[in-house]
Design a protein around this ligand. Structure first.
Ligand SMILES: [Mn+2]
Length: 218
């Protein structure tokens, strides 16, 4: 589908919505970021025509649950908060995994909303929290990995998953995937190119795992 170019975040959101809606369902969507705020745009676009059940697996070192960050409610630090507040996904169908840099207020919001939060240790068991028969959107923030494996991200957070552990997690994900994204790859922070190789590995493993999506009545 190509790149999205825009002069503002608002334009990003409408450009993504236009492109995605023009193709509608029946295929597996892959979105490559760009910072994590893109996931608000992609889910909003999918929700413009797909109204069925949808779970979200959100792999991230950070919860992205701030109400506002540096004066911006649509910052990458607020993405998951906007997704659940605007009703794109029921918070009880969200699994946030690999978290290791959370503030108390964000964890408090997650608990009240019913979001399942798993730390790095528990991330490998996330399959136990998946809901049977529910299609999923998978969002991979590359900073869920340890910076040893993916140094080229905007907010590296040591103590994360290894690529091997990530592959094991991917093999445990649901096969019914409507769409997935891989975000936060930042080439200027990735002089060796390793982060992009790791991103490619995640994409390939997810493609190997996912069945053609069951869009149902779209
Ligand atoms: Mn993120």
């Amino acid at each position: 589908m190509g790149d999205v170019t825009a002069r503002s975040y608002r334009e990003v959101v409408s450009a993504v919505e236009e492109k995605v809606a023009s193709l509608r369902g029946g295929r597996l969507f892959i979105f490559l970021g760009g910072d994590h705020s893109i996931t608000y745009a992609t889910l909003r676009a999918l929700r413009s025509f797909y109204r069925g059940r949808l779970g979200l697996v959100y792999l991230d070192a950070h919860p992205d649950l701030y109400d506002e960050y540096e004066g911006d409610r649509y910052s990458h630090a607020c993405t998951l908060r906007r997704i659940v507040e605007e009703g794109f996904v029921d918070p009880r169908d969200v699994i946030l995994a690999g978290v290791r840099a959370a503030t108390p207020s964000q964890l408090d919001f997650a608990e009240k909303a019913g979001i399942t939060v798993l730390g790095v240790e528990e991330a490998e068991d996330l399959a136990a929290y998946l809901k049977e028969g529910m299609p999923y959107y998978i969002s991979y923030d590359l900073d869920v990995l340890d910076p040893a494996y993916a140094p080229g991200v905007g907010n590296p957070e040591p103590g994360g998953l290894s690529t091997r552990e990530m592959v094991r997690i991917i093999k445990s994900l649901p096969e019914d995937v409507l769409a997935f994204d891989v975000v936060e790859a930042s080439p200027p922070h990735d002089p060796s190119g390793l982060t992009l190789f790791t991103a490619a590995k995640i994409i390939r493993e997810t493609l190997a795992r996912a069945r053609p999506p069951g869009w149902g009545e779209v």
